[in-house]
Design a protein around this ligand. Structure first.
Ligand SMILES: Nc1ncnc2c1ncn2[C@@H]1O[C@H](COP(=O)(O)OP(=O)(O)OP(=O)(O)O)[C@@H](O)[C@H]1O
Ligand SMILES: [Mg+2]
Length: 329
């Protein structure tokens, strides 16, 4: 089934993700799909947490950290500024500490601690994760297209949802079990109980949010995950491995997009041996791709004569990506 037929036959799949190794065309193909869907009259939010601001590059417009920015009719693009999110996080924690403990000013040791904690990679991940949850949980778009960072990272987000979930389950359970002791403690130390209940409330809130987002990301009816690959040996191997891993995290794989395919009719022209070799190499690996992913390949996307930036170029690629067949060879 082609990409076009897939979108048309599964209109409930509104959360679209493009994954794959670095530099293979995730941003290009997510932007192209976003533009195509918007042209079909769907309201689309294309978003990314990539600090390299690649959506800004492809649309030739400053989008970074500005919330949803209108691109064309029905299409908005958003680039999350992770560092900004972390700073906001720090502020929020400071404010909570002030409120909870009734300080006028955050004591210096606590402030140092917050600064150190924010430097942890985990803090960045959770700030990003939180931003993604915000985007997915709110809003009223027909489609949410998530332009993922390179593979290893994407997998990390997904696994984190599971790990977080288990961790929070344990703590919430522990807190609930201790609820009865809290009752006793309540008669002794009222203020303590109030504070503890706040922690439980906070945890339950986080848990609900994570549940909501991981439910969406692994929902077979509403989510479509596409692997982007190119006809090269190592990429095929890595894609196979990644597909197995994603399946283990219950991510529903909707198909494979084979990018940067050299036009096969070049072969019939008088092209230099260099190009002939590359075409022959691609033919070999396209055969392997067909063998490995066969019916799940949704599109073969041609290598364009230059990089894909600006709307005109994106529209040209969209015509190829969403042609009726798989552009099949
Ligand atoms: N079919 C194509 N024809 C010509 N150029 C392409 C094609 N697909 C992608 N490119 C170019 O290849 C480069 C990398 O593409 P892109 O940024 O979409 O990859 P990515 O997978 O998002 O990378 P990253 O992993 O860094 O996020 C870009 O310059 C893009 O314009
Ligand atoms: Mg990218």
């Amino acid at each position: 089934m082609s990409l076009k037929a897939l979108f048309e036959s599964q209109p409930d799949r509104r959360y679209i993700m493009f994954g794959g190794k670095g530099g293979l065309g995730k941003t290009t193909l997510s932007a192209t799909s976003a533009v195509w869907l918007a042209r079909q009259g769907k309201r689309v939010l294309l978003f990314s947490v990539d600090p390299q601001a690649s959506l800004s590059d492809i649309f030739q417009k400053d989008i970074f950290g500005k919330g949803p920015v209108p691109i064309i009719e029905n299409l908005w693009a958003q680039e999350v500024d992770a560092d900004g999110r972390i700073r906001a996080y720090q502020e929020e924690i400071r404010k909570k500490i002030l409120d909870m403990y009734g300080f006028d000013k955050v004591p210096e040791e606590v402030d140092n601690y917050i600064a150190a904690a924010s430097a942890e990679p985990a803090m960045e991940e959770s700030a990003i994760f939180d931003a993604v949850v915000d985007i997915i949980v709110q809003g009223d778009y027909d489609y949410y297209i998530y332009d993922l960072v390179p593979l290893g990272h994407a997998l990390y987000y997904l696994s984190m949802a599971k790990v977080y979930d288990e961790w929070i389950n344990k703590i919430t359970k522990l807190r609930e079990d201790m609820g009865q002791y809290d009752q006793v403690a309540a008669t002794l130390r009222r203020d303590e109980t109030v504070r503890e209940d706040q922690i439980l409330k906070e945890l339950t809130y986080i848990k609900d949010r994570i549940n909501a987002s991981s439910r969406i990301l692994t929902d077979r009816k509403r989510t479509a995950f596409f692997f982007v690959l190119v006809p090269e040996e190592m990429i095929i191997l890595d894609t196979k491995k990644a597909a197995e891993l994603f399946a283990r995290f219950d991510v529903p794989i909707s198909g494979y997009l084979v990018n940067r395919v050299l036009p096969p009719d070049l072969d019939r022209m008088a092209v230099p041996p260099y190009l002939k070799n590359r075409i022959a190499m691609q033919r070999k690996y396209l055969g392997e791709i067909r063998e490995a992913f066969g019916a799940d390949v949704r599109a073969y996307v041609p290598e364009m004569e230059r990089d894909v930036t600006g709307l005109a170029m994106i529209e040209r690629l969209a015509a190829r990506l969403f042609s009726d067949g798989e552009d099949g060879r």
